[in-house]
Design a protein around this ligand. Structure first.
Ligand code: NAP
Length: 256
């Protein structure tokens, strides 16, 4: 079996960039998201095998796992599908937004891993090893006002990843987490701000954020390490962002 990775949330941003990077390094890729048109374009470009799947739907995840198994199996999973909705306070945010964030970032991630673990174990039986990486966020490690449901969901995704690593102890399956800070992707902040393009411009104004490609390079590098090497947690920020509370806007210049 060749190295074959399933990437969820592959239709844009970090997921799409990761598929491109994996493919460039010779991996077979399975690109998963809800929007078929975007997956098809990525498949044309990279040779990825596209599968339409909503990770919040367990029947669709079961079908995904069956299709992955039937088309070559998998040795790796990048659980990247996720996102944020809103910046309202705990007091004024909506339960529905919290529910949607938990559904994709936590429940969907858990169900994705559960559905694909048997396929990954088969991959490990054949090749010796398998790998899982979850996409959390610095928002899963530090809270901030307005972080609300996104903080809570990504903290839960971080906890889930740690629990999984403990539970898989003794198996040749590494469990990694990457927690990026500010990344300028085309849709993440637009979705979070409910389509407010001016708010998006303000978020990235006068700051050098990470690009999706930067995150993808670090992700794929972790999968490319010798398979007994487990980078438990990779925290990745732009130099201009020294914490969730400190984003430097303007030039970065050496002090006199
Ligand atoms: N951008 C940042 O600043 C940042 C920072 C730290 C962490 N992150 C995390 O990194 C991951 C990727 O973020 P991004 O910036 O690349 O965001 P993005 O461009 O908005 O991409 C999110 C991806 O998730 C997919 N997705 C959403 N809901 C889904 C569902 N129910 N089922 C299947 N796929 C679903 C979307 O595809 P479809 O709509 O086609 O399904 C899309 O491909 C997320 O988990 C995000 O929370 C982002």
């Amino acid at each position: 079996m060749k190295k074959r990775v399933v990437v969820t949330g592959a239709s844009s941003g970090i997921g799409a960039a990761s598929v491109r990077r994996f493919a460039a390094l010779g991996w077979e890729t399975v690109a998963v998201a809800r929007r078929k048109d975007r997956l098809d374009v990525l498949a044309q470009e990279t040779g990825a095998y596209p599968i339409v799947c909503d990770v919040t739907d367990e029947a669709q995840l079961a079908a995904l796992a069956a299709e992955v198994a039937a088309t070559g199996g998998a040795t790796a999973l990048l659980g990247n599908a996720g996102g944020a909705i809103g910046t309202e306070s705990v007091e004024h945010s909506s339960t529905d937004d919290w529910r949607r964030m938990f559904e994709v970032n936590v429940l969907g991630l858990r169900a994705t891993i559960a559905a694909l673990l048997p396929v990954l174990r088969d991959g490990a039986r054949e090749t010796g090893w398998a790998s899982i990486m979850t996409l959390t966020s610095t928002a899963g490690h530090d809270v901030y006002p307005g972080g609300g449901g996104y903080n809570a969901a990504k903290f839960a995704a971080h906890a889930l990843t740690g629990v999984l690593r403990l539970e898989l102890a003794g198996e040749p399956i590494r469990v990694m987490e990457i927690a990026p800070g500010l990344v300028h992707t085309e849709e993440f902040t637009l979705n979070r701000l409910r389509g407010d393009a001016q708010g998006v411009d303000k978020t990235y104004a006068d700051v050098i954020p990470l690009r999706a490609e930067d995150v993808a390079n670090v992700i794929v590098n972790a999968f490319e390490q010798p398979p007994h090497v487990n980078q438990d947690l990779i925290v990745l920020r732009p130099v201009a962002q020294s914490s969730v509370f400190h984003t430097h806007r303007g030039d970065l210049t050496p002090r006199a």
